[in-house]
Design a binder for this molecule. Sequence first.
Ligand code: ATP
Length: 268
Amino acid sequence: MPSQQPLLSVEGLSKSFSGIRAVDDLTFVVGPGEILGLIGPNGSGKSTSIDCITGFAKADQGSVLLDGKRLNGARAEQIAQAGLSRTFQNVRVYDRLTLMENVLIARQAYDCVPWWQALAGTQACRGAERRASERGRELIHLVGLSTMSAFPAAFLSYGQKKLLALAMALMSNPKIVILDEPLAGVNPTVIRRIAGLIQSLNSDGQTFIIVEHNVQFIMEHCSRVVVMEQGRKLAEGPPSLIKEDERVLHAYLGKADAVAMELVFHGQ
Ligand SMILES: Nc1ncnc2c1ncn2[C@@H]1O[C@H](COP(=O)(O)OP(=O)(O)OP(=O)(O)O)[C@@H](O)[C@H]1O
């Protein structure tokens, strides 16, 4: 549990789909500068929780506070504007648009000048456009895609699209970035690049929540881990404690012996 005032507080979050309790009374906090890992077996409710927190699904119960501001009932774009941005399990980029256009579109949800200024092409509007282009260039460079900046996103490999999605999520200078399975379908080289980016952004103060099936990655890169099983929080703590928790091994493999430990925590 972080000692500072939490940046994000999720309390009593619940969501059912026609009788299936996908998320059941989930409570956790994220402190400023943390990298929180959210793990659990398939169907344990991770994505539904993230969808409810980010306004992509409506929770049945519970509250979400970002920096003390209540987000319940807000639309996804309002939540993004408040400082909570995310990527998706199935990467979402616009294939026909260039990388630069993709990041500029991502920023529009957050840093839009009023429509009348945009129509009139005011100085404020031109200034905002210039700042957005500079930020977009910086982020495309940061994720290592500068040489492809003017190419359509369709030219990118799946792993490169994940890097573009990360740049898009950062466009708004969010308080928290939620990465939903950033490593799924990605080769080891891109995994290393994503890991390096997360670490370097985090050392500059960026807070992350990472939802991931690669438990080894979570154990290496997160300061704290929340484990879900059947919609509920099963365990929570630093990686060193989670690794010792037999309930976590049981949740994944139905047993908690040395072989299970190697398989879950070291991917062997
Ligand atoms: N739109 C939906 N309609 C009906 N049931 C759903 C829907 N979305 C999720 N569920 C169910 O809710 C439960 C939690 O699903 P969720 O996708 O949140 O789990 P998850 O931990 O993210 O799984 P995975 O790791 O496989 O992505 C599952 O039983 C799933 O079948």
